[in-house]
Design a protein around this ligand. Sequence first.
Ligand code: HEC
Ligand code: HEC
Ligand code: HEC
Length: 120
Amino acid sequence: MRNHLIVWTIVISLTAGFSVMAAKAPPKTVTIKGCQKTKPPVTFNHDAHVKKGKLACKTCHHTGKNESCSAAKCHAGKAEGKKPGCAEMSMTKNPFHITCAGCHKKMSKGPKGCAECHKK
Ligand code: HEC
Ligand code: HEC
Ligand code: HEC
């Protein structure tokens, strides 16, 4: 029984490992600037989150397509109804403020202040 559990743990970890490898490797850093207008653009580091923070791609790329957040007009511009938009200043209407700042607050890790993300 115990051995079965160990074997399954190994199988599951290997499968998880392969699916991460099969995914297109994310760029080390990306500059998020699709909605940049009043604030400086934000630099995002994949390594800090994926390698060091051990976060799964779908934590942020929730469509499973690993695409840019404002691609296909998903989160471009103003919020529409319940769909957050990257042009919003509000902490509850901007997808980055909700996801990025929300997790940093929850985990007490990573930047929370405006100027820590929006760096000149
Ligand atoms: C965890 C990082 C993070 C924090 C903290 C944060 N922002 Fe943002 N914010 C972003 C990202 C990413 C975008 C999207 C930028 C883009 O697409 O150009 C954004 C977009 C914006 C926008 C709309 C785009 C623009 O330039 O007009 C405004 C306004 C804004 N933030 C203001 C603020 C203010 C004010 C605070 C502090 C109360 C703040 N942000 C805190 C990451 C952050
Ligand atoms: C903590 C959040 C987060 C995690 C985890 C994450 N990403 Fe990203 N990724 C982003 C953000 C933010 C962008 C820039 C989006 C934008 O500019 O709108 C991005 C951009 C990308 C891009 C470039 C998209 C484009 O069209 O420009 C690829 C490819 C990508 N990520 C793949 C991955 C893969 C594969 C993983 C898992 C191994 C992953 N990401 C994990 C947040 C994340
Ligand atoms: C699910 C949790 C989570 C999400 C979502 C998340 N972060 Fe983080 N972030 C972290 C943690 C944890 C750290 C601290 C990593 C470490 O130990 O260095 C961090 C660190 C950072 C740092 C400082 C380290 C560095 O050099 O990059 C920046 C800047 C940052 N995050 C920006 C963002 C932005 C922008 C987004 C949204 C696109 C985002 N984060 C989404 C958890 C998260």
